[in-house]
Write a protein of this length. Structure first.
Length: 273
């Protein structure tokens, strides 16, 4: 049977989902090139609202053991001076007790005094008796470098073990039971893929503070970036980056589904139908 499906050349990304994804263009970048987290470390201010801009200081203030590692692990993560500034300013605004817990300092009178003295040496003033700004969560206990480590592990797990092929076939099966028309299914999946791809592009332009690398290029408008920066500061970069990784897994699934849809005769004779 002749395949009368319209050409997909006008779409922003190709749909021949090979293992390496080497032909994906810049609209949705190659997932194999996304194994390194984009470490950026600055905020910008809008005209209406001033956002605290932490010093451009990647110097390590302390090394702390990981929260999510096994007890016999000896790996430690760096906490930079810039991260300390981010943690004691909005939205977290941690007090000395919570900051001491993150830095693994003794919880006693001398421990708090000693921590403030160490902070004074790097020109950080942490007054005693201050109150935190947000509700404590699991993210509060993580250092930024450990979050980056967790994000990388999640990215690798998605690439290696997420069953994109199986989900794609189940998706086609369920779509066919509703629409009973391969052309409509193709159009529906294509529209979804274009929308999700654009969303990924927007999220990848996030210039929120994280890690040691600095000087991000601002491309988003102030309102969007300010909201993303707040989200990033609450989750220490975990939120936006894991959403991007998850959406890229969905993109791979949609690509495989579209690949399986053509040619039409292949799908028509497929055993799942």
């Amino acid at each position: 049977m002749i395949n009368n499906f319209p050409s997909l050349n006008h779409l922003p990304i190709p749909y021949d989902n090979k293992a390496s994804h080497s032909n994906m263009n810049s609209f949705v970048s190659d997932n194999n090139k996304e194994s390194e987290v984009n470490d950026i470390n600055s905020l910008f201010s809008s005209a209406a609202t001033t956002i605290f801009r932490p010093p451009d200081e990647p110097e390590v203030f302390a090394k702390v053991p990981g929260r999510a590692l096994l007890l016999n692990s000896i790996k430690k993560f760096d906490v930079t001076i810039a991260e300390i500034h981010r943690r004691i300013n909005p939205p977290e605004r941690l007090n000395g007790s919570l900051l001491g817990g993150i830095l693994r300092r003794a919880k006693n009178k001398d421990g708090g005094k000693k921590l403030r003295e160490e902070l004074d040496k790097v020109n950080i003033r942490l007054e005693s008796g201050r109150r935190k700004s947000v509700t404590i969560s699991a993210f509060t206990s993580f250092a930024e470098e450990e979050i980056i480590h967790v994000v990388k592990d999640f990215d690798n797990a998605c690439k290696a073990h997420y069953p994109a092929r199986q989900i794609a076939r189940e998706l086609i099966f369920r779509k066919f039971s509703i629409l009973n028309n391969f052309e409509k299914i193709r159009q529906n999946l294509t529209s979804s893929l274009e929308t999700i791809s654009l969303l990924v592009q927007i999220l990848k332009e996030d210039a929120s503070p994280l890690g040691r690398e600095n000087h991000p290029i601002k491309t988003l408008n102030n309102e969007v970036q300010k909201a993303l920066s707040n989200f990033s500061l609450i989750t220490h970069g975990f939120g936006t980056k894991t959403i991007v990784i998850s959406l890229e897994a969905i993109i791979r699934t949609l690509q495989l589904a579209l690949d399986d849809l053509g040619p039409f005769t292949k799908i028509r004779d497929c055993s799942i139908f």
